[in-house]
Design a protein around this ligand. Structure first.
Ligand SMILES: [Zn+2]
Length: 378
């Protein structure tokens, strides 16, 4: 059974056949269509004490346990004058972390111990990161996936890779599930909270899930009685089919592949590292004007020396402060990215330099790091 959030009940509705359910399901048991959570009495409130997506708890499903690594509150900045919401500044470097926080909270609250998921770049890594220590994850790999570097990172996190033709009895988790939508929509809440001035929010589109989620976020803000006039603009490569997840009244912009490659080349040659899919949204935001592009962008690859410096700074900080959470460490060392801090913490923990413990703060479980034993203390 679904719980209720502070302001009222919610239910799960099928986007295809419109049937309604009162439990979390991954897809519609009747028509296999995608499901979405519907708030019956939406109210938008911000809990400013939470430095993550859970500050929007009034419009998120509620769980008895919350798993967070500080996802969300990513910066809005400009690249060559174009406004961007840079999702790279999430714990594993993508907006998938917003979804993973909800899924991991659900898994922790329901005590699911084993699940499996189809390999999807970025999402599977993010999910593995969030589920690490909570549940065993099996990742279904197809032949096409084996050239992907990310598989190695999954193994390092203790994930079991299984061939696609294996039958599996554990719970199947689909990327397209109601909790993913809830996590991704928080991007729009942050844009609204920060009062970003723009008309269009441009979203790179493959499955339509991100655009759909942001559209839902705008809809809920309006239903909460707020004056929100952002238009979500999904962008596709010319010739691709409009995904069924995109609401029919939403206009899609198509871009020639050549334009995407030219924009990608321009960004890369000026030292901005983006994925080609991000260049798709960037190109349209640049052309439209008065727009914000939701992308992941880095400015240069971190060198081995940078990585060494993060670790050294963390050890020095913990030596002074005793024990700290990852977020507190990041606040103390603002010159590094949160993702860099998390990477360094994981690696220091695996090497036995750092030990971690959980403590409960309010209703949240907080992970604190400290130096193991007296090692490295001078
Ligand atoms: Zn259905």
């Amino acid at each position: 059974m679904l719980g209720s959030n502070r302001d009222g009940e919610y239910l799960v509705s099928c986007l295809f056949c419109r049937r309604e359910f009162d439990e979390y399901l991954m897809k519609c048991p009747v028509c296999s269509g995608p499901l979405e959570i519907v708030f019956l009495n939406p109210r938008f409130r911000i809990d400013k004490s939470k430095p993550n997506i859970w500050r929007y708890k009034s419009l998120l499903p509620s769980f008895s346990k919350i798993i967070t690594y500080g996802e969300g509150l990513t910066p809005v900045s400009r690249i060559h004058g174009v406004l961007i919401k840079n999702e790279r500044y999430n714990p594993t470097g993508t907006y998938s972390d917003r979804a993973s926080s909800l899924i991991a909270s659900y898994v922790a609250s329901t005590n699911i111990k084993k699940l499996w998921v189809r390999f999807i770049e970025d999402f599977t890594y993010s999910l593995s990161y969030y589920l690490s220590g909570l549940a065993d994850l099996e990742v279904e790999v197809y032949g096409d996936d084996i050239s992907n570097d990310e598989l190695g990172k999954l193994v390092e996190l203790g994930v079991k890779l299984v061939p696609s033709y294996t039958t599996n009895s554990s719970l199947e988790l689909d990327y397209l599930n109601p909790l993913t939508i809830e996590g991704l929509k928080t991007i729009i809440f942050e844009v609204y909270e920060r009062k970003v001035r723009c008309e269009s929010i441009v979203v790179p589109t493959v499955t339509g899930l991100l655009a759909r989620s942001l559209w839902k976020g705008v809809k809920e803000l309006k239903e909460s009685g707020l004056d929100v006039c952002y238009t979500i603009v999904p962008v596709l490569i010319k010739g691709w089919l409009k995904p069924t997840l995109i609401p029919s009244d939403m206009d899609v912009v198509e871009v020639e592949l050549e334009t995407v490659l030219n924009t990608f080349t321009k960004l890369c040659s000026s030292g901005v590292r983006v994925k080609p899919i991000s260049a798709l949204a960037y190109a349209v935001a640049e052309n439209l004007g008065n727009s914000l592009a939701v992308i992941t962008a880095g400015y240069k690859s971190s060198t081995r020396m940078d990585r060494g410096r993060v670790k050294e700074s963390i050890i020095n900080l913990l030596n002074r402060e005793g024990s700290l959470t990852a977020y507190e460490i990041w606040k103390g060392l603002k010159s590094f990215t949160l993702r860099g801090i998390y990477k360094a913490l994981k690696s220091l923990e695996v090497r036995g330099v750092l030990c971690s413990e959980f403590e409960v703060r309010g209703s949240r479980k907080i992970k604190r790091y400290k130096l193991c034993g007296n090692q490295l203390k001078s």
